[in-house]
Design a binder for this molecule. Sequence first.
Ligand SMILES: N[C@@H](CCC(=O)N[C@@H](CS)C(=O)NCC(=O)O)C(=O)O
Length: 244
Amino acid sequence: MITTFVKLPACTPRSISSVRAVRMSDVRSRKISAQAIKLYTNPGSRGKIPEWVLSELNLPYETVLLDMRSGEHKAPKYLEINPFGKVPAMEDGDLKLFESGGILLHLASKYGQLPQDQLSKAFQWTLFANSTLSPALFEKQAQMPQMLLPLDKILAMTKYLEGSEFSVSDIAVGSYLLYLPLFFPDLFSSGGFIDKYPNVWRYMKEIVERPSCPDAYKEGMISAVQASSSKNSGGNPLSNLFKK
Ligand SMILES: N[C@@H](CCC(=O)N[C@@H](CS)C(=O)NCC(=O)O)C(=O)O
């Protein structure tokens, strides 16, 4: 049975089973009319990616939390929405969508009101995140440096991926970076990771402080920063999060 919640419950820290970019603040202030949006998700899934976009766009939506342990994601009713039985998925009015990146791009193109060049950049970074970055980080860890070194160089020159403004591309790529402390906490206590990719680390700390960033990422980063600060005894740069 699919249980419906209006709000996603707080995630636990270990719940993991420019071209001018759009200004999210601009988007927030626009009048956006959305049909009924339902996000099918699970706290241990990539559902955090569309959750973050929905929150940045200030779109009202309903969360449908699937109990994957009891196989709700394989139930016939859910397979009508995602025939592959995976989460996340979304209903936007009559439109049924699956794949976190597809949902992200749908929301950005329908509600983000982005000029074509910005949308094209969002497509580029989302496809990079899902088809190139994610497998390298989570399936073939030997390839991590091939991803993180170029990203570090880019982020040495620019605050966010598209320049000085946070954009949907940062949600696409940043989400996978923010999964690292949840999947591989040792990377942050062993001393190697942060020192080799200081700009990636700076970027992770920057984006996680956004109010719309999902709680699970914040909790992972709090642990990672604590681990790194105890090593470097350099204080705690995530001051806003620790004040919570
Ligand atoms: N590429 C898909 C991956 C979806 C996926 O594998 N989701 C996992 C949870 S993160 C899942 O539903 N696993 C259950 C299963 O495969 O049975 C996406 O980004 O949405």
